[in-house]
Design a protein around this ligand. Structure first.
Ligand SMILES: NC(=O)c1ccc[n+]([C@@H]2O[C@H](COP(=O)([O-])OP(=O)(O)OC[C@H]3O[C@@H](n4cnc5c(N)ncnc54)[C@H](OP(=O)(O)O)[C@@H]3O)[C@@H](O)[C@H]2O)c1
Length: 268
C-alpha cells in the first residue's frame, strides 16, 4: 500500500511522520508532495519519506491520498490532480469545511474520507473524527483508521454534521483548555507566585487531573464531588463558577465553534 500526503505543512507532516514512526508503512511507500521549492528541499533532507512537487509523478502510484492543504487551496489541488486519479483510489481530506460531495465533484472519485484532527496529533495525542462515503468498504475503512490512529485516537461518526460538531469539541477544544490554563496562571501570578511556579502549578494540575480521570470510570461531576467537601475551598470555587454560569458559557462557546464550522462549510 502506498500513501501520498499532499501539503507538507503542520498537519500533512504530522500524518506523514506518524505513519512513518508507526512502521505501518515502509519509507518508499510514504510520499509527500508540496508546491514550495523550499519545503521540498527540506523534505529531501528528511529520510522518512519520498518528496515530490509534481502531481503526475506521485498521484498515479498512490492507493490513499491525504489532502492537507488549506481549504482555500482545495479546488485548485483537486482540479490539478483529476487527470492522474484512478477510480479505486481513496481520498482522505483533513481540510476543515470541505464536504464529501464537493470532493467527489472536483476529483471524480467516490471513495472519500473526511476527517477532523486536532492539534495534539503533532505529539501522537490527537483526536481525529472521521466520516466515510458509502463507497468505502469495511476493510478500506479499517486501513484508513489505522493510518489516522498513528497520530492518536480516532472516532468514526455517522454524518458530516458530526464532523462540524466535533470541530466545536475536539477540533477547537485544545484552545478552550489553554484558555482555562491561562486564567488559572493569571490567578496564580496575582496571588504572588513567580511566572515559572505559576506555569508548573497549572500544568501539573491539568496533567494530574486528566490522568486521574483517564484511570477511572468516574464522570467529571463525580470527581468534583470527591474533591469538594461541604464548606471547603474547592466548593467555594465550584460555587463561584456555578453562580457565574461558567458551565453554560463554555457550552455556548463550543456551539459558537460548531456553528462557525457549519457556516465555513457553506463556502465549499
Ligand atoms: N492545524 C490544525 O490544528 C488543523 C486541525 C484540523 C484541521 N486542519 C486542516 O489541515 C489542513 C492543513 O492545515 P495546516 O495547518 O497543516 O496548514 P499549512 O501548515 O499551511 O500546510 C499546508 C501546506 O500545503 C501547501 N500547499 C498549498 N497549496 C498546495 C498545492 N497546490 N500543492 C501542494 N501543496 C500545497 C502549503 O504550501 P504554502 O505554505 O507554500 O502555501 C503548505 O505547506 C487545513 O485544511 C486545515 O483546515 C488543521
Amino acid at each position: 500500500m502506498k500513501v501520498l500526503v499532499i501539503g507538507a505543512g503542520n498537519m500533512g507532516l504530522t500524518y506523514a511522520e506518524g505513519m512513518s514512526k508507526s512502521k505501518l508503512l515502509k519509507k518508499k511507500n510514504i510520499m509527500v508532495l508540496d508546491k514550495s521549492e523550499e519545503k521540498l528541499e527540506a523534505l529531501h533532507q528528511i529520510a522518512h519519506f519520498d518528496a515530490f512537487n509534481e502531481l503526475k509523478d506521485c498521484v498515479p502510484d498512490a492507493d490513499i491520498i491525504f489532502i492537507a492543504v488549506k481549504p482555500y487551496h482545495a479546488e485548485s489541488v483537486f482540479k490539478a490532480m483529476k487527470p492522474y486519479v484512478q477510480p479505486q483510489q481513496i481520498v482522505v481530506s483533513i481540510m476543515a469545511g470541505v464536504t464529501i460531495n464537493s470532493i467527489k465533484e472536483l476529483t471524480g472519485l467516490t471513495k472519500i474520507v473526511r476527517a477532523m484532527p486536532n492539534l495534539p496529533a503533532q505529539i501522537g495525542e490527537g483526536l481525529t473524527s472521521y466520516v466515510i462515503s458509502p463507497e468505502i468498504s469495511r476493510i478500506e475503512m479499517l486501513t484508513v483508521e489505522s493510518l489516522l490512529d498513528t497520530t492518536g485516537k480516532s472516532i468514526r461518526v455517522s454524518s458530516e454534521n458530526f464532523i462540524d460538531a466535533s470541530t466545536g469539541i475536539s477540533g477547537s477544544g485544545p484552545a478552550y483548555v489553554f484558555y482555562f490554563m491561562q486564567s488559572m496562571m493569571e490567578a496564580a501570578l496575582q496571588m504572588g507566585f513567580s511566572k515559572n511556579d505559576s506555569t508548573v502549578l497549572v500544568s501539573q494540575t491539568f496533567t494530574g487531573a486528566v490522568a486521574l480521570f483517564n484511570q477511572s470510570n468516574l464522570s467529571p461531576n463525580s470527581w468534583m464531588e470527591k474533591v469538594a467537601s461541604k464548606g471547603g475551598t474547592t466548593r467555594a470555587a465550584l460555587d463561584s463558577m456555578q453562580d457565574n454560569n461558567v458551565n453554560e458559557l463554555i457550552k455556548e462557546a463550543a456551539f459558537a465553534a460548531f456553528n462557525r464550522a457549519v457556516e465555513l462549510g457553506k463556502a465549499y
